[in-house]
Design a protein around this ligand. Structure first.
Ligand SMILES: *Cc1c(COP(=O)(O)O)cnc(C)c1O
Length: 399
């Protein structure tokens, strides 16, 4: 079926909650995807930070299909080996103690919110349930995680929203300290705000937040749904901040393309989450866990070295291009702020025409390439982006 037909059918029958790019992707290998007509695209989106190993990595695809042929699902009423194996690996990699598996980032954050409130209830009783999140954060699309998301634009139409969430400005430790009272139960944050514009938190601020949480016995939840699983150059972004969270959530990059969410907890928080407190029909599914294990199999020292080297190469190359005002983020989570008058959406469209797929976040262009990219892939992306920006610079009115 050709692209035009696929697009028309989709527009007729799929709820239009996304303004999709007007292209169809049919198959992919590594960093490249192809349309039904054979046009090739270099992917610097990895399906919004999901395809850590690129398209259809052979080892990953084999692990997933082997498990699908063996046993695809049992529910959580029975033990299956991949689930426990993945949990053990995640605990070894992160220093956390227990894992709950869900199916998405929002669901992982729901689990984190529940675990934090349960800890508070068990130790302090009812009424200590408020969670402080950051302005410009993004935590998901369910009602509770939308409420946790500190962006006014998300708090429309779907009310009533949940009680028990308040927002503090990024970097304002005095404001946060003042906000904490007898109702406060937890602080939840992203170390690099992704959807909010790819902005990294100041390490000094993060240290102060941890200290405050220790003093007031607040649960510190770090949402690593986008930053986790090697994206920023370490397995968790927490490592670069020297941060020990009480709860870490993972999702996007963990399954290598399959839907998974994980709530990682320390003993302190995990203690309250006994039988019946939480659940998921699909969570911990053996096929999805096999996919995640195949991703973790690949993330060794040399893999992480490549992530860091390619991030440096990409950032150095971007710094030489015209019309760029600021480059933000950490590792392979890259935000690009353009000079005034240049819209990120226009750059995205021009890149797509030339066969490069990129993302936006707020006013910025955003790059989230697969972690397996090569030096050659970085050069190819820089060349296209360079062409697009040079052409735009020529069209700019002279000062
Ligand atoms: C994408 C994202 C989520 C939501 O994940 P879904 O899988 O879409 O539910 C939550 N938190 C952060 C930081 C994200 O980037």
């Amino acid at each position: 079926m050709d692209s035009e037909k696929v697009i028309r059918r989709d527009n007729d029958y799929v709820l239009h909650t996304y303004n999709r790019n007007p292209i169809v992707l049919e198959k992919g290998a590594g960093l490249y995807a192809q349309s039904p007509e054979g046009k090739s695209y270099l992917d610097f989106t990895s399906g919004i930070g999901v395809n850590s190993l690129g398209f259809c990595d052979l080892h990953w695809a084999e692990a997933v299909s082997r498990q699908a042929h063996k046993l695809q699902h049992t529910s959580n009423l029975y033990y299956t080996a991949p689930c426990g194996k993945l949990a053990k690996r995640l605990c070894r990699l992160t220093g956390m103690d227990k894992v709950f598996f869900a199916n998405s980032g929002a669901e992982a954050n729901e689990g984190a919110i529940k675990a934090a409130r349960k800890y508070s209830f068990d130790h302090y009783g009812a009424g200590r349930d408020e969670i402080i999140t950051l302005v410009n954060s993004f935590h998901g699309r369910t009602i509770a995680t939308l409420t946790a998301t500190g962006q006014g634009v998300f708090h429309n139409y779907f009310g009533p929203f949940n009680e028990g969430f308040v927002y503090t400005a990024v970097g304002d430790i005095d404001g946060l300290t003042e906000m904490v009272d007898r109702r406060t139960c937890a602080v939840m944050l992203e170390l690099v705000q992704g959807e909010g514009g790819v902005t990294a938190l100041d390490p000094e601020y993060v240290r102060a937040v941890r200290k405050l949480c220790d003093e007031k016995d607040l649960v510190l939840i770090v949402d690593e749904v986008q930053t986790g699983v090697g994206r920023t150059g370490t397995f968790l972004c927490c490592e670069q901040y020297g941060l020990k969270a009480d709860i870490v959530t993972l999702a996007k990059g963990l399954g290598g393309g399959l839907p998974i969410g994980a709530v990682l907890m320390n003993h302190k928080v995990a203690g309250g989450m006994g039988p019946g407190t939480h659940g998921s029909t699909f969570g911990g599914n053996p096929v999805v866990c096999a996919g995640a294990l195949a991703v973790l199999d690949r993330i060794d020292q040399s893999f992480m070295h490549n992530v860091c080297a390619r991030a440096d190469q990409l950032r150095e190359g971007l710094a030489k291009l015209p019309l760029i005002q600021q480059i933000s983020g950490i590792g392979l989570m890259v935000g690009i702020q353009f000079e005034e008058g240049i819209a990120a959406a226009d750059v995205l469209a021009a890149c797509r025409e030339k066969g490069l797929l990129v993302l936006t976040a707020k006013t910025r262009l955003r790059l989230l390439p697969p972690l397996t990219l090569t030096a050659h892939d970085v050069d190819a992306a820089l060349e296209i982006l360079g062409e697009v920006l040079s052409e735009m610079a020529q069209k700019q009115p002279a000062e």
